[in-house]
Design a protein around this ligand. Structure first.
Ligand SMILES: [Mg+2]
Length: 319
């Protein structure tokens, strides 16, 4: 059994400590001292991933490390913030599985490196496996993307594809273990849309990341903006292979309700759309218009049924 200190030193301390940008004093003292860029706002968010609840306990350790950071970074992406630093609170059932810890740390550090995020502190405790990750990013005071800026007449659009997270989880539960399967990859290795968030500063009127499912997160955005939306469900960009893996209707349900997609749901004044598409095309990321905001509250274009929550509007009777 490693002591907490040994474990942090061995798996989670950069070499040399404090060598990252914007870190005035790194891991090893009672606090880390950060040096934010003068004039920028600090965007801060925390998410906790619990084994068995937010990810399967038997998921690959590298994927668990990657996802724990990705879900938090996705919130920075939705604010148009540039990722800078993170803190990790790791709860482990045992601290002596070196192979698991090395893989977990590799997944976490790889995403840190890919996104320019420095791990600047954390702690390790014993208990059921859970990972809390606090992320900090920077955004110019005049340019944050928020949930509250959508206006009637704005277009409703989404980056990338939907339903892949739910589809990947369904496949994992069925025993699919080919990690290169595109849907499994979408679930186990989501890529937070940080570059897209930066590219859309000053263009999008509102933004939220899709962590709880399109309709749930759209509801949050509508509430914050004080508007409604007319959705065009036929326009939803479903993840490749989703219909083949789940069947047509479950695939549509996954697109509307499935969590863990970590795409951005956005509002745009119509005359900003072409520029937004061009900027995302440069990132190889599609942007699909899936509806329009309206003054009338609520979500139209989908029918709600009592027992099942939101029901995709197909023209068929609800089952
Ligand atoms: Mg969020």
């Amino acid at each position: 059994m490693h002591s907490e200190f040994e474990l942090i030193t061995r798996f989670f301390t950069p070499d040399p400590p404090g060598s990252e940008a914007g870190v005035a004093l790194g891991v090893g003292d009672d606090c880390t001292l950060l040096a934010p860029t003068p004039g920028q706002r600090l965007a801060v968010s925390v998410d906790t991933s619990v084994a068995g609840s937010h990810f399967p306990e038997d998921a690959p350790a590298m994927a668990i490390g990657h996802r724990a950071l990705a879900v938090s970074l996705s919130d920075l992406a939705a604010m148009g913030a540039r990722a800078r630093w993170c803190l990790m609170s790791l709860t482990l059932p045992a601290a002596d599985d070196d192979a698991w810890l090395a893989d977990f740390a590799r997944g976490f550090h790889a995403l840190c490196a890919a996104t320019g995020t420095a791990l600047v502190g954390g702690d390790v405790t014993r208990g059921e496996l859970a990972i809390g990750v606090t992320v900090m990013g920077e955004v110019p005071p005049e340019q944050p993307l928020t949930r509250g800026g959508a206006r009637p007449g704005d277009l409703l659009a989404v980056t990338g594809a939907l339903g892949g997270g739910a589809g990947g989880l369904a496949l994992w539960r069925r025993g699919e273990r080919a990690l290169e399967h595109p849907l499994l990859r979408r679930y186990l290795h989501p890529l937070p849309r940080l570059e897209a968030g930066l590219a859309l500063r000053g263009l999008a009127s509102a933004a939220i990341d899709i962590s709880d499912g399109l309709l749930a997160d759209l509801g949050h955005l509508l509430e914050a903006s004080g508007v409604g939306a007319e959705l065009t469900p036929a326009a939803l960009p479903l993840a490749e292979g989703l219909v083949a893996a789940l069947g047509k209707e479950p695939a549509r349900e996954a697109g509307l309700h499935g969590g863990d997609d970590y795409e951005l749901l956005l509002g745009f004044p119509p005359d900003h759309l072409d520029e937004a598409r061009a900027r995302l095309a440069a990132l190889d990321l599609p942007l699909t218009v899936i509806g329009r905001f309206s003054a009338e509250p609520g979500i139209r274009g989908v029918a709600m049924t009592g027992a099942r929550g939101w029901q995709h509007f197909t023209g068929d009777a609800a089952p």
